[in-house]
Design a protein around this ligand. Structure first.
Ligand code: SF4
Length: 350
């Protein structure tokens, strides 16, 4: 059996930053009960590990006692939630990914300019709910080309589209192209809203999966970008399976034991879950590990201002606390074996 580990996979800079925020607050205020509004990132293991450390995840701010500390998740929130936090005298630390914030800023700007906004995305996703909240009267959600006929358009020359950051690039292209057919003068955002991490992980799957018998994506079922990776594998003709961890592997997926299996992870999945799967395959199937580096990523984000102030008040220097994600190093101890690099055309990304 061959296991092909692709890079990039797993944590993006936004997820790393959000997790780091919760970690840092727990470290500097060990006696405070910390509340997080929604799952900090869409991964069951990340949430459970924080719950084990006493973090309480809530779905409404009414559940947070007045005066407490609350962290807003990486997916972003609507202004109404920010207002509610102020009314409840909460100390709010905003761990929204800056790339989601960018989409919010665009929604605000276009709404002020009198545009109707067509937001391409999944209506129940936290990110879409948050972005929609910036200009609810002027925003309509477009989940598929079929939704277009039901839109309520005042002026087809004063329309703009925005997209959720974690969509499938192919699905978004199809919807945007249908929007352009229906409204030829619709305005596009200045740059793509689908983020670098989503795009790169999808390209890697598209490029490597045709040479594999199976694609295993590590991620939770409510992680949009993880689900999209599985769909992309299936679209190019390779079976794709989304699993939370090694316990969900099913030997029926690799009946001969001679298969080539691509292993990747959604942007919210911790790398130790990937390494546990590698150890399993090396031990149980004598697998060899191969590394396919498709894109180099070099993105870093700063910590939220409220957290920096909190650190300053505790005398903690945050000057070098920018969040950076590097490709994981494969060691025999962690992964069960070292990995052999595969020669596949590579690219550079943001
Ligand atoms: S997937 Fe993209 S938008 Fe979402 S947290 Fe990561 S970098 Fe930010």
């Amino acid at each position: 059996m061959k296991i092909v580990l692709v890079n990039p996979r797993g944590f993006c800079a936004g997820v790393r930053m959000a997790i780091d925020v919760v970690d840092q607050v727990l470290d500097i205020l060990p006696d405070e009960t910390l509340y997080v509004f929604h799952e900090i990132v869409h991964n069951r293991h990340v949430v459970e590990r924080f719950e084990d450390r006493g973090v309480i995840f809530v779905e409404t701010l009414d559940e947070v006692p007045e005066g407490s500390i609350v962290v807003f998740s990486a997916h972003g929130i609507s202004p109404a939630i920010r207002t509610q936090a102020k009314e409840r005298n909460l100390t709010a630390i905003d761990a929204t990914c800056p790339l989601v914030t960018k989409v919010h800023s665009r929604a605000i700007r276009y709404a002020r300019q009198g545009y109707q906004i067509l937001l391409v995305g999944h209506k129940n996703h936290q990110e879409v709910i948050g972005t929609m909240g910036e200009a609810p009267e002027q925003t309509q959600i477009v989940e598929s080309p079929e939704c277009i006929k039901n839109l309520n358009i005042h002026d087809p020359d004063k329309l703009v589209y925005l997209t959720q950051t974690t969509l499938s690039v192919d699905d978004a292209d199809e919807i945007v192209s249908a929007l352009k057919d229906a409204f030829p003068n619709i305005k596009a955002p200045p740059t793509d809203d689908i983020c670098y991490a989503t795009t790169n992980r999808q390209h890697a799957v598209r490029q490597v999966s045709p040479m594999c018998d199976l694609v295993i994506v590590v991620g939770s079922k409510n992680s949009s970008n993880s689900v999209r990776l599985t769909e992309i594998a299936q679209n190019v003709g390779t079976a794709g399976r989304l699993i939370d961890d090694v316990r969900e592997l099913d030997p029926a997926w690799y009946p001969t034991g001679e298969e080539t299996i691509m292993l990747t992870a959604g942007a919210s999945a911790p790398e130790d879950l990937v390494s546990a799967i590698c150890r399993h395959f090396v031990k149980e199937h004598n697998a060899t590990l191969h590394l396919a580096d498709i894109f180099e990523e070099s993105v870093e984000f700063g910590l939220p201002l409220t957290l920096k102030r909190m650190m300053e008040s505790q005398g903690i220097d945050h000057a070098d606390r920018r969040v950076r994600v590097e490709a994981p190093v494969i060691s025999a101890d962690e992964y069960g074996s070292v990995a052999v690099p595969l020669t596949i055309s590579t690219g550079k990304s943001a």
